[in-house]
Design a protein around this ligand. Structure first.
Ligand code: FAD
Length: 366
């Protein structure tokens, strides 16, 4: 069997974005994705592009903004080539403060972001009432990041996979059991059907990445469960993305998507009364009109989390031609577009203009 240039293990948002970006550079790609697994992160995700709102490591803010901005051209490009609308919606995100310490912290954050050249505003409670009557009536104001937004993560994944296939990639509905390696080099992937040869292997299997046999090292990617629910968006309320420390609510099509928990529950992706109570409490505080809306759907997914909250991206230092794009934690939809570009740069030229030092796979062994 002829070896493909790149075998990608996992076809969630990260694997799909990598497949599309790599196929666009003219490499022959084979994606191995048996599912998606019912516990997969991408279809469960809220899909917020919260580059300026999500608390995260400093290292990530510039990359987050860059990745978010990639969706502006990517959304129409995918619509044109695949006919799939990824629901990219850039109407800003408001991070709401419900007490004075939170308001002070967010005001400092507004100042810091403005100094860094980012668009960011402080909304007084009156500004909030004017923009979104009925929302967060007891708030003390909000940080508003007008360039943040959201997209539909399931549509993003589907569109990237469709575009990759249009560009010649093949999609195999097969689980990868192990890497095939010899003489310090990866040679392909092993599935129930045998070995599929590949020049390079890119591991993008979310929380399952660590379970692939034959890895040269342990991957500290841990499932972090997030529970979610959906109701109808209250018809007399302006659409919004409202966020605070204990939850968020966003408009997606006609729905209100409510989230989320951060729980260590192993590979259990069920919803619980406690988790749902937390997200309903948080969402109703943001948008009291939700309280009478019938619940339409509840679900949960497993975020691929790492000990330091940063993703794992780049080459394996010991096994040649083995690459990682996993551990994207809370922001893997936001970071999927840039991850695709980084991996495509690395696979075609060996270098990228992004400093991926902090994302090295061997940082956990040091
Ligand atoms: C409730 C929730 C809310 C979230 N909200 C946001 C948000 O608002 N914004 C944001 O940016 N991020 C958010 N995230 C995080 C984001 O969803 C993840 O970081 C991202 O989806 C990770 O993508 P992935 O492709 O690495 O993993 P996954 O989507 O989990 O994909 C991994 C894939 O690998 C496949 N696989 C597993 N084993 C194998 C195998 N052996 N062989 C081949 N394939 C295999 C699985 O079937 C799966 O499809 C949220 C996550 C959750 C759970």
């Amino acid at each position: 069997m002829k070896a493909v240039d790149v075998a990608i293990v996992g076809g969630g948002a990260v694997g799909a974005a990598c497949a599309r970006a790599v196929a666009l550079r003219g490499l022959e790609v084979a994606i191995f994705e048996p599912g998606p697994d019912p516990a997969a992160a991408s279809p469960a995700s809220a899909g917020m592009l919260a580059a300026q709102v999500e608390p995260g490591a400093e290292t990530l803010v510039a990359l987050s903004v860059r990745s978010r901005d990639l969706y502006e051209p990517l959304a129409p490009a995918l619509l044109e080539t695949t006919g799939i609308d990824i629901g990219f919606w850039r109407a800003g995100i408001a991070a709401v403060a419900f007490d004075d310490p939170a308001a002070d912290r967010l005001k400092d954050e507004v100042a810091r972001q403005r100094q860094a050249g980012l668009r960011c505003d402080w909304l007084e409670p009156d500004d909030m009432r004017e923009r979104w009557p009925g929302a967060a009536p007891d708030c003390r104001g909000a940080l508003f990041a007008p360039e943040d937004g959201a997209l539909d993560p399931e549509a993003l994944t589907r569109a990237c996979l469709a575009d990759a296939r249009r560009l010649g990639a093949t999609l195999h509905a097969e689980k990868v059991d192990a890497l095939a390696s010899a003489e310090g080099r990866v040679r392909g992937v092993v599935t129930a059907r045998g070995t599929a040869p590949a020049e390079h292997v890119l591991l993008a299997a979310g929380v399952w990445s660590q379970q692939i046999g034959g890895l040269p090292r342990a991957l500290p990617v841990e499932p972090m469960r997030g529970q979610m629910a959906a109701t109808a968006w209250p018809h007399d309320t302006a659409r919004a993305i409202l966020y605070h420390d204990h939850g968020y609510v966003l408009a997606r099509g006609p729905d209100a998507v409510l989230g989320s928990t951060m729980e260590r529950a192993g590979f259990d992706a069920r919803v619980t009364n406690e988790g749902l109570a937390q997200i309903f409490r948080g969402a109703v505080r943001l948008l009291p009109a939700l309280v009478t809306q019938p619940v339409q759907r509840m679900w949960a997914g497993l975020r691929p989390a790492t000990p330091d909250g940063l993703p794992i991206m780049g080459r394996d230092p010991d096994t040649e031609r083995l690459w990682y794009a996993t551990g994207h934690g809370r922001n893997g939809i936001l970071h999927a577009a840039l991850t695709g570009e980084i991996m495509a740069d690395l696979l075609t030229s060996g270098v990228t203009d992004v400093d991926i030092g902090p994302f090295r796979v061997d940082r956990f062994q040091q």
